[in-house]
Design a protein around this ligand. Structure first.
Ligand code: ZN
Length: 229
């Protein structure tokens, strides 16, 4: 019997179209997150999977103003984080995005630097994570059916060694297979989703819950002081 002919892997026009489409969506999302105070200045970075075989990601440039983010400030990278389409340098955190995509099979990875994630990642660093439980908004996380769900948001030490950081992220995701996100200490939030829409929803839910937790504790401190005075 004749052996099946092995198909030569060619660059598919569909992938190029997908990259263009994702670049527009990522730029729009970046400007939106800037407006909401989650990615001020050049902070934050966003990616989405173009194809998995071979792995290709659309990801934001390093050091660009998210308030003015445009589609041509998104590059296409390969599984090692090298640029293969586009002229800019990919985000220095690209290796973390790739680690999340591999560990979770995510279709999009979003990283914000909000005030609340920065404050709480420091306040709860001693616990190595934050427990979010009893909030209706938890039901916005994929697979969560009830407010009684307990979400554990691990906190990792911050680092500028992104290879080591990516390894630490892989280990954390293995230890917490149900986590929908994690925090980098005094740095920000990472979350992901099956696609960009789900990942965006997860940012909204987790940023909401972090703000609620932060404001509640601030309010509690304020009211106990008021009661005690
Ligand atoms: Zn960052």
């Amino acid at each position: 019997m004749a052996k099946p002919v092995k198909q030569k892997r060619t660059k598919k026009p569909a992938d190029a179209a997908r990259f263009s489409e994702l670049a527009i969506l990522l730029a729009e999302l970046g400007r939106n997150f800037y407006d909401r105070g989650w990615a001020l200045g050049t902070s934050g970075n966003f990616s989405a999977v173009i194809c998995r075989e071979p792995l290709r990601l659309a990801i934001t440039w390093s050091g660009v103003d998210k308030g003015k983010l445009t589609a041509d400030q998104i590059v296409q990278i390969d599984a090692r984080g090298s640029t293969i389409v586009g002229s800019g340098r990919p985000s220095v955190e690209a290796k973390v995005h790739l680690a999340v995509v591999r560990a979770r099979g995510a279709g999009a990875v979003l990283h914000t630097h909000s005030v609340w994630s920065t404050i709480l990642s420091e306040a709860y660093a001693g616990n190595n994570g934050i427990s979010l439980e009893g909030y209706e908004m938890l039901k916005g996380l994929a697979g969560v059916q009830t407010h009684e769900h307990r979400e554990w948001l691990p906190i990792l030490e911050n680092s500028q060694d992104w290879v080591a950081q990516a390894r630490a992220v892989e280990e954390t995701l293995q230890q917490h297979p149900h986590a929908h996100g994690f925090l980098l200490r005094r740095h920000g939030l990472y979350t992901w989703g099956q696609n960009l829409e789900e990942a965006k929803r997860h940012v909204e839910i987790l940023e909401f819950l972090l703000e609620v937790l932060g404001r509640t504790h601030g309010a509690a401190r304020h009211s106990s002081r008021a009661v005690g005075s």
